[in-house]
Design a protein around this ligand. Structure first.
Ligand SMILES: Cc1cc2nc3c(=O)[nH]c(=O)nc-3n(C[C@H](O)[C@H](O)[C@H](O)COP(=O)(O)O)c2cc1C
Length: 169
C-alpha cells in the first residue's frame, strides 16, 4: 500500500466524515486535523498519496487553516511532483450554491500548480448547485458532500468515491 496522508480542515466535523471513511478504507492510523495536528508544509511531503480536505467558507474560500499552507506552497515553490493528490470537503449547495465546495477547486489549483498529479474526480450528476470552482472538465475535482440538503446521498457518494480511488491508486 502507498504511503498515504489524510489532511482535513473542518469547523463542525462534517468534512471529517469523509476523512474518517478514508482512514478506515485505506488503513491509515491518523487523520491530520489541520487545526490541531498540522506543523508545516514539509509534513505534506512525507507522503506519496495525499487526501486533502476542506469545507468551504466565505465566498468559496478554503477553511482558514489552509490559507497559510497554500500561500507557502505557492510562494516557496514547494514541489509536489510525483505525488498523487485527491480532494474532498463539505459545503452547502442551497445557501451557498453560487460557490458550492469551491475550496476543492482552490486546493486542486494550488497542488496541481505545485506539480502534483490529481486523481479522484467525481461525476457531478445529482448535484444541484449554480457554480463551483470544483467543477473541472464537466466533473468535480474531488468529493463534495452537502449534509444540509442532500445528507441522504452522502453515504453512497463516499462509498462510490472510495471505490474509484482504490482503482486509481
Ligand atoms: C459564513 C458561512 C459561509 C459559507 N460559505 C460557503 C461557500 O462559499 N460554499 C459552500 O459550499 N458552503 C459554504 N458554507 C457552508 C459550509 O461549508 C457547510 O456548513 C459545511 O457543512 C461545513 O463543513 P465542516 O463541518 O466540515 O466545516 C458556509 C457556511 C457559513 C456559515
Amino acid at each position: 500500500m502507498a504511503n498515504i496522508g489524510i489532511f482535513c480542515a473542518t469547523a463542525g466535523g462534517t468534512s471529517m466524515k469523509i476523512a474518517d471513511a478514508l482512514a478506515e478504507a485505506f488503513e491509515v492510523d491518523e487523520v491530520i486535523n489541520m487545526e490541531d495536528d498540522f506543523d508545516d508544509v514539509e509534513q505534506l511531503q512525507e507522503y506519496d498519496v495525499l487526501f486533502i480536505g476542506s469545507s468551504t467558507w466565505g465566498q468559496g474560500d478554503v477553511h482558514h487553516s489552509w490559507v497559510d499552507p497554500l500561500f507557502e506552497i505557492s510562494s516557496d515553490g514547494i514541489d509536489f511532483s510525483g505525488k498523487k493528490v485527491a480532494f474532498f470537503g463539505a459545503g452547502d449547495s442551497v445557501k451557498h450554491g453560487e460557490h458550492f465546495c469551491s475550496a476543492l477547486g482552490k486546493l486542486h489549483k494550488a497542488f496541481v500548480d505545485a506539480g502534483a498529479t490529481p486523481f479522484g474526480y467525481f461525476p457531478k450528476d445529482g448535484y444541484n448547485y449554480e457554480f463551483s470552482l470544483a467543477e473541472l472538465d464537466d466533473k468535480l475535482c474531488g468529493l463534495a458532500i452537502d449534509e444540509h440538503n442532500e445528507s441522504d446521498k452522502t453515504p453512497k457518494r463516499i462509498e462510490t468515491w472510495i471505490e474509484s480511488l482504490k482503482s486509481e491508486i
